[in-house]
Design a binder for this molecule. Structure first.
Ligand SMILES: [Zn+2]
Length: 127
């Protein structure tokens, strides 16, 4: 007697595309509030008059943490943008950064494997 097929083929529900999230916030045209991540409704005034607005590519490192790996360490941190938005991202530096250092946006990566935004840490002033 054949065994029942316990793994019927999925109804071709394609896996969600691994497209990077937009590097953007939603801007409210009624009260001016920028919201991240973007939303269709302004959380401050409930206006639906919002549009997607690209985030500034330059920001300031607010805080960071070290991810200690077997072979190397990585840094992640929060970046304050002039848009009054704070985003979380991976920092490209291999040296311990300083809070308050200017950083610049490099790329957005697909969600699912760590931080999706990557920032380059500007070289600090030479010692
Ligand atoms: Zn608003």
């Amino acid at each position: 007697m054949p065994l029942p097929d316990l793994n019927p083929p999925a109804a071709s529900a394609e896996a969600p595309e691994s497209t990077p999230p937009p590097y953007a916030c939603s801007h409210c045209h009624d009260c001016g509030y920028n919201n991240f991540p973007p939303a269709d409704v302004c959380p401050k005034c409930w206006s639906e008059s919002t549009t997607l607005q690209d985030l500034s590519r330059e920001g300031i490192l607010y805080s960071f943490s070290t991810l200690v790996g077997r072979d190397s360490s990585q840094f992640v941190g929060y970046v304050d943008l002039p848009d009054k938005i704070r985003v979380f991202g991976l920092l490209t530096t291999t040296d311990r950064p300083d809070c308050g250092t200017p950083v610049s946006f490099v790329e957005a990566r697909p969600v699912g494997n760590g931080p999706c935004f990557v920032f380059d840490v500007s070289p600090t002033q030479e010692a």
